[in-house]
Design a protein around this ligand. Structure first.
Ligand SMILES: NC(=O)c1ccc[n+]([C@@H]2O[C@H](COP(=O)([O-])OP(=O)(O)OC[C@H]3O[C@@H](n4cnc5c(N)ncnc54)[C@H](O)[C@@H]3O)[C@@H](O)[C@H]2O)c1
Length: 452
């Protein structure tokens, strides 16, 4: 690991911890589009191989001097030596709060990948650190920035359906993207908080932001009914459980869940080649023993505004996407997104099958009027085109004004993760959970926009 002296340039200085698959979302715009106003001053990870891979990749792609790399144990030294203005946290979810708190206490601002953290207690530690440091935390809810999600927000803010009373949100993960959460750290609740935190934080945040409301009470049911060894054996698919991982396994040749790290140069370099120094296996069998997260979940939420949410998530669907119906006292919005499996770089590509209809469609039903389609511009980019927009907002020296208030601080980050944390407690106890009983979230406020 190397170190370098801090520069005296006026550029915003960024250090990033967690150089895995998501890191390019932040590293590349800093090194490329926003290089005139931003500077990468340090990378930190438990894996020297992944660190070196990103260093080489950035140097090759952008002709820049690679930022110095630090082992995870040297995170504090990285901050002391490189003096970043902002630390970007892109590690597995259960470590977010540790790095956020340490960065804040060292005088840095923080950009954290979602979920902000995995539990109510961890959130309280973050909130305390924000208060004592006077620094800020930004939660990168990129789904808000998708063109369709923004259109829903605009319509509701314009009063197109009146005051929102109820939301029905059904999310489907397919057997490609959904299965991927069961291959690695996400499949253990202590690392990801389960999909109710790791994945649903996107969905709960969309609802909180769309209807501008703070959640109050949560009830949930959930189970592991498809992945895991017992479920495969019960379906008569014991053969799928016969190997601990997929890469290099001849018996997995016909397995629809196979995931061969050697088939993709990036996956090989980032994960297979780094196994020796990190012990991280990226391609474990989704039908192995020990998986303790749910693949099927139902959640009910009552908001401080009185609105209700009925939410479901299934992680083994043939199709992927979501349907949401938002009912107000002056009408209803029905919004559908049918996704391709764009996040996966595994063995199988899945196409969008929208049966002749638009894969992204929004219908506005005003009370006592004929329903009408609201056009959603086509965007051929991941996350509905949200990633480049949030990058511009974060890294541009002069970000455009955002009338939709798509930025989220630590409190708005908490508003969605606390629904997941409360849902996890409801699963464990069989009882509804009041969020005020697990964490403080600006008591007296009713609207999300009142939170930082
Ligand atoms: N917003 C989105 O759409 C989106 C998409 C993907 C991932 N994410 C989030 O980004 C984060 C990273 O996800 P990923 O897919 O890149 O995961 P990953 O497993 O590919 O990468 C995680 C990296 O963190 C490193 N790491 C693990 N423990 C560490 C520690 N204690 N200290 C320092 N480094 C450590 C690993 O070595 C690895 O390089 C997660 O919080 C995830 O929820 C967000």
């Amino acid at each position: 690991m190397q170190s370098s002296p801090s520069s005296s340039s006026s550029k915003q200085r960024y250090a990033l911890v967690g150089t895995g698959g998501r890191a390019p979302m932040f590293l590349d715009p800093i090194a490329d589009t926003y290089r005139d106003s931003c500077e990468l001053v340090g990378l930190c990870d438990i894996s020297a191989t992944r660190l070196a891979w990103h260093q080489q990749r950035l140097a090759l792609a952008y002709g820049t001097t690679p930022p110095p790399a630090y082992a995870a144990a040297d995170f504090d030294r990285m901050i002391a030596e490189q003096k970043p203005d902002t630390v970007i946290v892109c590690t597995p979810d259960y470590t977010h709060h540790e790095y956020i708190v340490r960065a804040l206490d060292a005088g840095c601002d923080v950009i954290s990948e979602k979920p902000l953290t995995t539990s109510a207690d961890n959130y309280t530690a973050i909130s305390d650190a924000v208060r004592r440091s006077g620094r800020t935390v930004r939660t990168t809810f990129n789904y808000r920035w998708g063109i369709g999600a923004t259109t829903v927000r605009r319509l509701i803010a314009e009063g197109a359906i009146g005051k929102v009373k109820h939301v029905d949100f059904e999310y489907m993960l397919n057997t490609s993207h959904g299965a991927d959460y069961f291959r690695r750290w996400h499949s253990y609740k202590k690392y990801s908080g389960g999909l109710l935190v790791h994945k649903s934080t996107h969905h709960f945040d969309l609802v909180n932001w769309w209807i501008d409301a703070i959640p109050d009470t949560v009830f949930a049911m959930g189970d592991l009914v498809f992945y895991g060894k017992d479920n495969a054996v019960a379906r008569g698919q014991e053969a799928l459980t016969a190997y601990p991982r997929y890469t290099g396994e001849p018996k997995a040749a016909g397995d629809p869940f196979r995931f061969d790290l050697q088939r993709d140069p990036t996956l090989k370099a980032l994960y297979l080649d780094a196994e020796a120094d990190s012990g991280y296996l990226r391609d474990q069998n989704v039908f192995r023993e020990g998986i303790d997260i749910e693949d099927t979940m139902s959640v009910m939420v009552r908001y401080r505004t009185g609105a209700m949410l009925s939410y479901s998530l299934n992680a083994f669907c043939p199709c992927e996407g979501f349907r949401v119906s938002i009912t107000g006292d002056a009408g209803r919005i029905e919004y559908v997104e049918e996704h391709a499996s764009h996040i996966i770089t595994g063995d199988r590509d899945i196409k969008i099958e929208s049966h002749g209809d638009e894969p992204t469609r929004l219908t506005l039903h005003p009370l006592f009027e004929a329903p009408r389609r609201v056009p959603i511009p086509k965007v051929d980019a991941p996350h509905g085109g949200g990633d480049p927009l949030i990058q511009e907002q974060i890294f541009s020296a002069h970000p455009p004004a955002d009338p939709f208030r798509r930025g989220a601080g630590h409190e708005q980050g908490a508003a969605s993760l606390l629904i997941g944390a409360a849902a996890n407690r409801a699963l464990a106890t069989g009882q509804p959970v009041r969020i005020a009983d697990i964490a403080e979230l600006k008591s007296g406020a009713r609207h999300l926009s009142q939170l930082i």
